[in-house]
Design a binder for this molecule. Structure first.
Ligand code: ATR
Length: 287
């Protein structure tokens, strides 16, 4: 990397932010394309978010990503929020417009869809219902993506039913029926499903295992885990063993970065094997 007087700047605001893999992702693309730019971690305390966001245009930043705990609060600070992000209730990408105003988007929807398209290109949204485990912020992005793709029925399974009910009420529309199921129904809802997505933290390093028997899932179904540490979760290993198409969560992380990068640095980028390998190396390293 060469920092000149004209270096374009972007970064990620979080608290803490040191765990974020976004700097590795964006700086890989900057190097790959020889762009005079830098993407830096920005540790921003919750009480400083407004001042930090408002400082972006003053400091010449093109924009930033947002991670925990800023994804919801930023919506009330920026000048414009994309309607899909508004429905999801969280933003992760901010662009500084030419006039210095701030626009915010949620690119997790895009990241989930592109990852699924890449690794399961013949998955048919119309074939069977989709089962989504979990009802946190990630589940909201996944549900929004599936609705945009034209899935007609989503079975939402969560330990806390009230959170799933909220998603059903806020995101469901005439085109897509969202039915809510109790956690102990997670195996029976698999019958005739075309897609299973885990958005819970179960199976993540340091978290309890996701216990689920896939016996009732039809053989042509696709199984997606958005957990990417470890990359091969027990769910994906079992799915592959049974012959299902299995899609890991790393691609979602990588693809969600593309819209922001392209807007800030003006160059289209791709998710390649080399990029996956570079980001995987950082996942194995210290957090
Ligand atoms: P994110 O915003 O990243 O999706 P989150 O809001 O903390 O994270 O959501 C975590 C999801 O994992 C939730 O659906 C949570 O279920 P609850 O809504 O009942 O909390 C789910 N989860 C976490 N631990 C779980 C467990 N031991 N059993 C079942 N679900 C669990």
């Amino acid at each position: 990397m060469r920092i000149t007087g004209k270096t374009r700047l972007a970064g990620i605001m979080g608290w803490p932010v040191s765990h974020s893999r976004s700097p590795a992702l964006h700086n890989f693309w900057l190097d790959e394309h020889g762009i005079d730019g830098a993407y830096v971690p920005l540790p921003v305390e919750p009480g400083q978010l407004e001042r930090a966001l408002r400082a972006l245009p003053a400091l010449g930043f093109r924009g930033c990503n947002l991670t925990i705990p800023h994804k919801q609060k930023a919506m009330a600070i920026v000048d414009r929020v994309d309607p899909v992000a508004r429905r999801i209730g969280a933003v992760n990408t901010v662009l500084v417009a030419d006039d210095g105003t701030l626009e915010a988007y949620n690119t997790d929807v895009y990241g989930f869809r592109e990852n699924l398209r890449n690794y399961a290109p013949d998955w048919d949204p119309a074939a069977g219902s989709a089962v989504v485990l979990g009802a946190g912020g990630a589940a909201r992005a996944v549900v929004a993506s599936l609705i945009e793709d034209g899935v007609s029925e989503i079975r939402l399974v969560n330990r806390t039913a009230a959170r799933a009910e909220e998603i059903a009420a806020e995101l469901g529309d005439g085109q897509c029926r969202i039915s809510v199921y109790r956690w102990n129904a997670r195996e029976t809802v698999l019958a005739d499903a075309g897609l299973l997505v885990n958005t819970t933290s179960l199976g993540m390093a340091g978290e309890p295992a996701l216990e689920i028997d896939l016996a009732q899932l039809p053989s042509q179904a696709v199984v997606v885990d958005i957990v990417y540490v470890p990359l091969d979760t027990a769910l994906l290993v079992e799915a592959r063993r049974r012959g299902y198409r299995a899609v890991d969560g790393l691609g979602m992380l990588l693809h969600q970065g593309r819209p922001g990068f392209e807007a800030w640095f003006g160059t289209p980028v791709r998710v390649t094997r080399e990029l996956r390998a570079a980001v995987l190396t950082t996942l194995a390293g210290p957090r």
